[in-house]
Write a new protein. Structure first.
Length: 266
C-alpha cells in the first residue's frame, strides 16, 4: 500500500466569511493535488474563523449536510482529493465545534464533534460532543478525528489507538503561550500510541488570541515528518503504512499494556 501524501493547510482564512474561505479551500486543494497529495487537512473552525462573537457563531453554524458541506464535497470531487475541514455545526438548536471528512468522490465519510471544550469562550459558544472515537477508512488507512484540546488528553488518543486508528487528524486553534503542545506533546502522543498525527493550526492574531502556527505531521517513531512555521503556508508529509507497521512491531506499547492496573483512571 503506497504512502498517503497529506497536505496541512495552516491558515486562518477570513474571519466571518464562509464564501471567501471556501474559495481559499478550493485553491488550496488545487495546490495540494499538484503536489501529489490525496488528503487536505484544514485548521479548527476554518470555514468561519474562530474568534467570533457567540451570536455570530450561532448564525453561521450549518448542518453537517448543509450548503457548505455540499460546497466542500464539490471541491473534493472536482480535485479528486479527500478534505477534512473545521466548522461550526448546527443540529436543531444545538451548536457544536465540528470537523468533517469528505472523500475524494465527495461522499461524507465522518463527522466529529469536539468533546473537550477549552475555556469560557468555547464553553459558552458550543455544546460538547459525546462520541470519543470517530473513524473512517481512506486509502487503506483507518482515519480518526479530534479537535485541538482533545489531543491533550492522553486517554483520548489511546482510545483511538485501541480502536485501530492509523492517522489521527487534529484541526486546531492552538494559541500563545501553549506552543509546546505542537512542538513537544503531539510527537509524544504519536509515539506513545503508535500512530500518525496531523496537527493543523491557525496562525496570527484573531480577536483576543494569537495563534502560533507550527502545524506538523508526527509519525509513530516520534519523528516530526513535516513542520510549518508561524505564518500562512501549506506543508506536505507522507503517511507510510510500512513505517507504521514496523514502528508498531518495534514499540509494542499496545501489546504490553496491563489494563487491570489502570482501573483507578476512570
Amino acid at each position: 500500500m503506497p504512502p498517503l501524501r497529506t497536505a496541512l493547510l495552516q491558515s486562518s482564512g477570513l474571519l466571518g466569511d464562509t464564501a471567501v474561505n471556501l474559495k481559499a479551500l478550493d485553491e488550496a486543494a488545487a495546490r495540494a493535488v499538484e503536489a501529489g497529495a490525496g488528503l487536505l487537512v484544514t485548521s479548527e473552525m476554518f470555514l468561519t474563523g474562530y474568534a467570533l462573537p457567540v451570536e455570530d457563531i450561532a448564525s453561521l453554524a450549518e448542518a453537517a449536510d448543509g450548503t457548505s458541506a455540499r460546497a466542500v464535497a464539490g471541491i473534493a470531487r472536482r480535485h479528486g482529493l479527500a478534505v477534512l475541514y473545521g466548522y461550526p455545526e448546527r443540529d436543531g438548536g444545538t451548536v457544536y465545534n465540528s470537523a468533517q471528512l469528505i472523500g475524494p468522490d465527495g461522499a461524507r465519510l465522518a463527522n466529529y464533534r469536539k468533546t473537550h471544550l477549552f475555556g469560557c469562550f468555547e464553553q459558552e459558544a458550543f455544546t460538547p460532543g459525546d462520541t470519543q472515537v470517530v473513524q473512517a477508512d481512506l486509502n487503506g488507512l483507518r482515519i480518526g478525528i479530534m479537535i485541538c484540546y482533545d489531543v491533550e488528553f492522553p486517554e483520548n488518543v489511546r482510545a483511538h489507538a485501541l480502536a485501530g486508528t492509523d492517522l489521527l487528524l487534529v484541526p486546531t486553534a492552538q494559541m500563545h503561550p501553549f506552543q509546546f503542545v505542537a512542538e513537544q506533546m503531539v510527537p509524544v502522543r504519536a509515539f506513545e500510541s503508535q500512530m500518525y498525527i496531523a496537527y493543523v493550526n491557525r496562525t496570527g492574531p484573531e480577536g483576543e488570541f494569537e495563534f502560533v502556527g507550527l502545524s506538523c505531521l508526527a509519525s509513530p517513531d516520534g519523528v516530526t515528518r513535516t513542520r510549518a512555521g508561524r505564518g500562512e503556508e501549506m506543508v506536505i508529509g507522507e503517511v507510510d503504512p510500512e513505517l507504521l507497521r514496523n514502528s508498531r512491531e518495534n514499540n509494542p506499547y499496545l501489546r504490553d499494556r496491563r489494563p487491570g492496573l489502570y482501573s483507578s483512571l476512570v
